[in-house]
Design a protein around this ligand. Sequence first.
Ligand code: ADP
Ligand code: MG
Length: 724
Amino acid sequence: MTANATRAAAITAITSRKPMSVDLPLPLSKIWASDVFNLATMEDSLSKSAFKAMKNTVQTGSPLDPATADVVAAAMKEWAMAKGAKFFSHIFYPMTNITAEKHDGFILTNADGGAMTEFTGSLLIKGEPDGSSFPNGSLRMTSAARGYTAWDPTSPAYIMHTANGATLMIPSVFMSWTGETLDKKIPLLRSNAAMDKAARRVLALMGETDIAPLNSSCGAEQEYFLVDAGLANSRPDLLLAGRTLFGAPPAKGQEFDDHYFGAIPERVQVFMQDFEDKLYRLGIPAKTHHNEVAPGQFEIAPYFEAANVAADHQQLMMTLLKSTANAHGFLCLLHEKPFAGVNGSGKHVNWSVGNATQGNLLDPGSTPNDNLKFLLFCGAVIRGVHRFGPLLRAVIASAANDHRLGANEAPPAILSVYLGDQLEKLFLDIKAGKLEAAAEGGMMDLGLSQILRFERDPGDRNRTSPFAFTGNRFEFRAVGSSASVSGPLVAMNTMLADSLNWIADKLEKALPASVNQTAAVISVLKELIENHGNVVFGGDGYSAEWHRQAVEENGLKNIPTTADALPALCDPEVIALFADTGVLTPVELQSRFEVYSEQYILSIEVEAKLVVEMVKTLFYPAAMQYLSSLTATNLGLSQLGIALDDDTVRSVSAGVNQMMKAVTKLSKAMARHEFSSVNEHMQYCAYEIRPLMDAVRVEVDQLESEVADELWPVPKYRELLFIK
Ligand code: ADP
Ligand code: MG
């Protein structure tokens, strides 16, 4: 089969494809959380006292006694086996963006060779996969091979149905035998605890006496691409790197904006319905879906949940997106930039903090007292983003996201905060001393009555901001589509804890010294905004002017690549932040730096190897074949005395030569293996290897637009993006 035949066969297969038949949709009430061992399930299957203990653990994080764990394990096993599960697995979240699981059977045999089943509290609580195969950076020395998983009762267990049957999945943390975190869940739980502790201090100082446990919430909007699997399978780059390393822009791209919010193609609709039904069975509240900006790009967002559960659900969603797409003949691309020249994919992490007694503390509310608390929490976020902008940049850093940030479609690689006109003005007034609280009993300044009129959606949306206040939450928009939400949530919770502690320290002094509570709050906020207001920016984040102003006037950092971003994890103030809040020890933080930088280097090396291989084995042969047919024809014609213009032959020959020269340069650069430090190695990848890869791509894409279409060995952008 010639290359062209592969492409043609894929296209024929798509064209003659019968829509996949899906079962008639079942009502939500029939499927909702039907595969989840949640509190409702437990209430039916546990004794009153065991249920009460479990509920307390789930809602407040209080420890569970071993006897109750035994009772819960037994009930869980009965429930899971009734649903066809024969195996259980602790599912955990290593320092990659994917999940890991080790399956164990419930089965035991007795002396007569009969089969019994067993699932005790201790099996539920603890597992021991081989930890050595997971990236753990400098923890490798101390942790050796042993890694432990431990049940996280605050995230419900569920049944995963696959072609292999049903498995009881138990969300778990993952740690070394010395107790260091090897995963993304432990830091998230710890960051929440740190935020809770600091928030309580502030709330108590504000006069609150009844304070329920505080939790952070997360609602993540997930963008993704769907490409027909037949076409995708003949692109080695899509299969191995998750993105196209080559591809000339099609005559029509996204310039008509005709895909955004347009009618969803039927084949995709069927996929979405199937996917969302799966989510509902798992108790994941899928809420919105629509076409995104680029052709072939879509978005799904669930309703927000407690951050720990939302993070687990988000991982599960990514897994199910891929497997369901597969079943529908699609390849689902979660990569941040699968196609050059069209929009990439992000994951907007919507985040707020609150509790059952005070509600959402990032909601301005409708009374002055709520406003004060809101202003303190909002101010705390502003301070956090200003102090720890480079950390926020580091936790969203990946080789893939580097292609997207700052690419005139996604937020720039400068961390600023968008507040909206009204709120921005309010903080400016505080800074200018215009918003002052009068003495007890007096009238409040005009500014404060303005807060009373605060509406939920103050001001417009600003799509160009990496970190935007959106009415009752912040939206971290610079997060990449393939990333776990845990890293960003950990950073946000922890910086908030740090700022709230700073605020509490200040309030402790300001309250006794001020005429009233309002005056004390405003004096603290004035100091805060004087020191950190530079991070607030309401203009066009894409503009060149902002890039200049941010750095030269506001003193913010523009951090273009992962190589420049990850070293922030080694900054003394970041080490102190995590150590002081108890979220990560210096060793745990260091191990994260090592794991993430290794991942960065590896992903660029894999791509660079692929570039060389694809050129040598696919594009060079295709161009040579074209050249040989052109020259044969030209020769034949010249023998007949007909002179044909040889422009094309010359241009293609020159292109082939340039392409091979560029490949040689890249290969030579890749041969270097000695580096004095990881940082130097990362810089080399970012500023030597990557530009050389781009240089190869320019030549290949040029050839793609010259070589005969029937000879081009891989599907083109127009096929990948437009054929559904
Ligand atoms: P958009 O930002 O496109 O307008 P939505 O309004 O649907 O999208 O919200 C995006 C996400 O924000 C959803 O997952 C939603 O549940 C979540 N969200 C809404 N309120 C909060 C909140 N207080 N805290 C965290 N997430 C929230
Ligand atoms: Mg949004």
